[in-house]
Design a protein around this ligand. Structure first.
Ligand SMILES: [Zn+2]
Length: 151
């Protein structure tokens, strides 16, 4: 569960229309990123090369999505909050831009950095349980270390 305070932080600002206009003029994903950092400075938390391979569906779903869009997977981007509410149009548009550039955008309550290599996104216990319930392949236990770093 996320708190109301966190959610409201990334609500559409008063100048959303102008920002969307500015976004439409961004030529590269680098420009988009600069705009995102200006509008929501603390939204992006961390980037990872990929998901933990102990959860094979995560990387394969991401690869499938990217090939449908026609881009190469770039990075897993972990953000403070994702919202699908009406007053988060700008946030959703940013996520869409990032997704179309090959990023897998996930919320920080769901993924943490591997405790050893720090470059792989490892599911939190909460999402591990959720995946297990859905019947997808997960490691027997959820530890904060990626599958490749476990010895
Ligand atoms: Zn690792």
């Amino acid at each position: 569960m996320t708190t109301q305070i966190l959610e409201s932080k990334y609500c559409d600002p008063d100048n959303t229309k102008e920002i969307l206009e500015e976004l439409s003029k961004c030529a590269t994903i680098g420009d988009v990123n600069l705009l995102i950092k200006r509008v929501f400075p603390d939204w992006q938390v961390a980037v990872f090369s990929k998901f933990c391979t102990g959860y094979p569906h995560l990387n394969s779903n991401w690869n499938i999505l990217c090939s449908r869009i026609g881009v190469e997977p770039t990075q897993v981007l972990v953000v403070r909050e994702l919202s699908f509410e009406d007053n988060h149009t700008l946030l959703r548009t940013f996520v869409e831009c990032l997704t179309r550039s090959g990023f897998a955008v996930r919320r920080m309550s769901d993924y943490i950095p591997c405790s050893k290599c720090s470059s792989i996104a490892v599911p939190t216990p909460q999402i591990h349980e959720l995946m297990k319930e859905k019947g997808v392949q997960v490691p027997d236990i959820n530890i904060p270390t990626c599958y490749a770093c476990r010895s």
